[in-house]
Design a protein around this ligand. Structure first.
Ligand SMILES: C[S@@+](CC[C@H](N)C(=O)[O-])C[C@H]1O[C@@H](n2cnc3c(N)ncnc32)[C@H](O)[C@@H]1O
Length: 227
């Protein structure tokens, strides 16, 4: 993994592309969305951490991202932040939980962005097969055990120079061994280790793991080398 490599399709080193000022990035979000994000933190699957969202907002602006895919809509907080901060952007987002999907759709309408978002209800495992790329930015924030299985498909949906950002890849320190893994969580930690190993070993991807939130793996798609 070398974050200083310059990948075709993106002029900036990946480490610089990810260097976000959290306070500045989040300052553009309207107060009602800040309140919605604070409320979302009280439910079981909360929205992306502030540091994670700041990196996503910077990536969306700098790439620049016109088409974004999100796996795991939740109640739509991160999707809303991206749509409101980046007027050029349209977004496809997938959610398997009916209540959350409905709540997200209501929020998209309330914030006046429903015309720029395609909110799909279903299991991403199935929905992914029917999606058409290319996407500039993909935010992978669904079931952690599936990340490694979905990596080839997500890479295929990404444009050259586009970025796949996978959330929670360090999960409470369980993945890098800094915190002992509870017995019942060994499998999910193992799958996330496999995801990181696969992303880092993939020659078509340049990957950095950022210590924001519970860990964000940022992988940029390289131009395939001519033989
Ligand atoms: C952490 S939450 C998403 C938060 C959202 N991305 C945000 O930052 O505001 C993860 C979501 O993934 C959804 N999810 C879980 N398994 C899924 C699947 N197989 N397909 C689609 N969504 C799934 C959960 O219902 C949950 O709402």
């Amino acid at each position: 993994m070398n974050g200083e490599d310059k990948a075709a399709g993106g002029g900036m080193p990946l480490s610089a592309l990810c260097m976000a000022n959290e306070a500045e990035e989040l300052a553009v979000l309207p107060q009602p969305l800040q309140q919605l994000r604070a409320q979302a933190r009280t439910v079981r699957d909360p929205t992306a951490a502030d540091g994670t969202l700041a990196v996503l907002l910077r990536l969306a602006r700098e790439l620049p991202a016109r088409r974004v895919l999100e796996i795991g809509t939740g109640e739509g907080c991160t999707a809303l932040a991206l749509l409101l901060a980046c007027p050029q952007l349209s977004l496809v987002t997938v959610e398997a939980d009916a209540e959350r999907h409905a709540a997200a759709c209501a929020h998209f309408t309330r914030f006046g962005v429903s015309g720029r978002v395609n909110a799909l209800f279903g299991d991403a495992a199935e929905v992914l097969n029917g999606l058409q790329g290319p996407f500039d930015l993909i935010f992978l924030d669904g079931p952690k055990a599936q990340y490694v299985h979905w990596l080839p498909r997500l890479k295929g949906l990404l444009r050259i120079g586009g970025v796949l950002a996978a959330d929670d890849v360090l999960l409470y320190g369980w993945v890098d061994g800094s915190v002992p893994v509870p017995y019942k969580r060994r499998s999910i930690a193992a799958r996330l280790r496999e995801y990181l190993a696969a992303a880092e070993a993939d020659e078509e991807l340049e990957t950095l793991v950022l210590r924001v939130g519970e860990g964000l793996a940022v992988s940029r798609k390289r131009q395939a080398e001519l033989k």
